[in-house]
Design a protein. Sequence first.
Length: 374
Amino acid sequence: MIDSKDFVNFLEEKEVQFFSGVPDSLLSNVCFYLIDHFDTNKHMIAANEGAAVALGIGYHLATGNIPLCYMQNSGFGNAINPLLSLADQSVYSIPMLLLIGWRGNPEEHDEPQHIKQGQVTIPMLKAMGLPYEVLHNNWLHTKMILEKSIKYVRQNQTPYVLLVRRNTFNKYVHLNKKSNTLFLTRETALECVIKSLNPSDVVVSTTGMISREVFEIRKKLVHSHAQDFLTVGGMGHASQVALGIALQKPDRQVYCLDGDGALLMHMGALAINGTLGLKNFKHILINNGAHDSVGGQPTVAFKIDFPRMALAAGYKFAKMIQSEKNVSEQMKNLKNLDGPLFLEIQVKKGSRNDLGRPPNSFLKNKELFVSYLA
């Protein structure tokens, strides 16, 4: 497999010296190497994939050099707008490398939410006119691909895609394993939330660990899964799914269980949620300051005053808490208040090693949820 240090050093030698992106499990080793070895003037974890491309465009305009933007293919849709309307040869002709984790690759088994995206990744690149190569886990072969792609980018002043399959990069041991000092786990916080809900309440949980833990908690408590919509894809859109339900079901209390990386990805949703003023919309942010589902790379979430932002956006109530006792107290409080409401629960990173995945088909889960709402 490819060593992350060799990969990054080779790019630096070829004057590809700025990196920006959204973490992906297939790229986590490269991402952690960048976190350990580069400051923000050379590496930035972006809010979303389109923002990563925009950062790369800004870098090129300021320096004339080639940036590398990384992402998972499931988030590639966020990058399409700046790629076609800014970076394309017919507009500003911006040279850049795109390192994209190829989840759902048809040759490999993957989670259901990645299958379609994996199937259409290459057809999408072809439709956009983006040249691409699939990286191999042979370093000599990969160096040849990098040489070719960098030469092409310089000559044609255009983006070039490098697709990454599973087990392409060697394991890299993260040097700066900083963790927050909080004691409350995400799963404990979620269990407190779920235990406090009424049987008629609706739950929309965000992508990644939160949805997996919600499913496990329902199983543990011998609850029905019917009242939960697990937003297993579409990172950052859970609150708008919840808002759409709340708008059509004013007699039901709708709880969005959001994550910090997801909320940061499409933070404009706060303004829509707040200004719409739905009394039955209740937004709970589980904030551990990390992209936990893809390796635990840091977000900027602990540096943000989310409650103040929520209040400024029109939420009627907003508060931040950090203890199990406070979760139980505030959930009782939320039941007696009209929304839109915002509760931030700060928790520590990580999850238990034996955390499962929902075994049911997503279509079956949808049918149960729709029947429950009806």
